[in-house]
Ligand binder design. Sequence first.
Ligand SMILES: [Zn+2]
Length: 140
Amino acid sequence: MLNIDSLEKGIVIDHIHAGSGMRIYSLLGLDTLDCSVAIIKNAKSSKYGKKDIIKIEGKTDLNLDILGVMDHNITINIIDMGRIVEKRSLELPKQVTNVIRCKNPRCISNAEEGVDHIFRLCNEELQQYRCIYCEQEFQK
Ligand SMILES: [Zn+2]
């Protein structure tokens, strides 16, 4: 069992919108990692009331860009030797492939097999992503 208070080395994904922890867990494919992962649900947050936190032990090189698509308030802390060595704020990726899926049943990415689900950032301010095939907006 991972001791959530004393992480020697790893990643802390903080300020996750309360209730989204599990979704982000599966989105990042954390279930496929062979290191300890802890999800803390409904932690107290001075900023948002409640939040979820994910702690990943032993790994610091995960690609976390996708988190920007999901929730721009999330903050990333990289821990080494028990200390925060890096605080990373999320950037919005310009384009994401096969991470989120188009909800339009008539979209070619759903109608045909082997077509990548590709979304492009179309409005940075609104953090808005649209399917490149049918322009359907991604709903968080
Ligand atoms: Zn589409």
